[in-house]
Write a protein that binds this ligand. Sequence first.
Ligand code: FES
Ligand SMILES: [Fe+2]
Length: 335
Amino acid sequence: MNPYVRNVWYMAAWEEEVAGDAFLGRTLLDQEWLIFRKGDGSYAMLSGLCPHRFAPLHKGKRTGDTVACPYHGLEFDADGRCMRNPFGDALPPQAKLQTLPVTARCGALWFWPGDASKADPALIPDFSAIDASGPVVRGKTLFDANYELITDNLLDLSHVEFIHTETFHPDGKFFTGAYKASEGEGGAIWSKSWMPGTTAAPWMGLPDGTKLDEWLEMRWHAPASMLLEVGNTFHDEPRHAAASPPMINPHILTPETQTSTHYFYTRSPGEESAALAHRVFELEDRPMLEDIQRSMRGRDLMEMNPVILSVDAAAIRARRKMMQMRNAEAQKSGA
Ligand code: FES
Ligand SMILES: [Fe+2]
């Protein structure tokens, strides 16, 4: 399995998952972490296992910005220092928790598992479009599949023709439309589908037979932080003449382990949107990705020498960029 890229921002959680005094315990990049909001409104991210018997600290007791281990009561502050040992005054020198830089941006918490001196918040990809698109429900699911497999899926939306046929009725649009992969500012990779002259679906509420030009554009930043824009305008009209504004959704992936992934997304409020998200994520994408993960039996995709199709162009670029980042980090560490 490929090692994780370290010098990059990963999403840990939605900010609302650690509202108030809540402790969040989460496995990220094969390690357990404790995340909480400090009294001053900033956030702390510490190793989630007590260094004594490795009890889960998110089940501990909070007093101010300290956590007391639920098993034998060692207490730690938000910088990971042991502040109290209930069995005597001596504080064991090894009783220290690892901490990571963590910062809030656009309703999400981002952490930097690499060299802390390089953790510049300006490098967090811009997801301000989440809030600009109106009220949203922030959702999360967990797929038993490697994050790069899910990235492949999101950068190649032609799978809508097969996996989401009944949900989105693409009716061959992806075969006749144009597809382009490109690179953009700040290390972004774009996967763009342009489908001119399609017929408006009945649920759009437009007169029968209205002709549209549709687009789907996915923006990727390392390691797997993506933003999808889905829009349409009247055929041969500029984008701003659209009957309704484009839909903009984040699809942000963070490895839980090498074979499981936290998948963060947003959706519109309401039951209909909840049902749609359930169907798309849980009933359509998940089974395919988990089947693939199982059948790979721990092998890396590129090792398996996959056939490459034209629709894989963006996914291949993203994989290549991740490999370059991994190689650069391995060289630096002398590995
Ligand atoms: S496991 Fe935490 S103090 Fe013993
Ligand atoms: Fe999908």
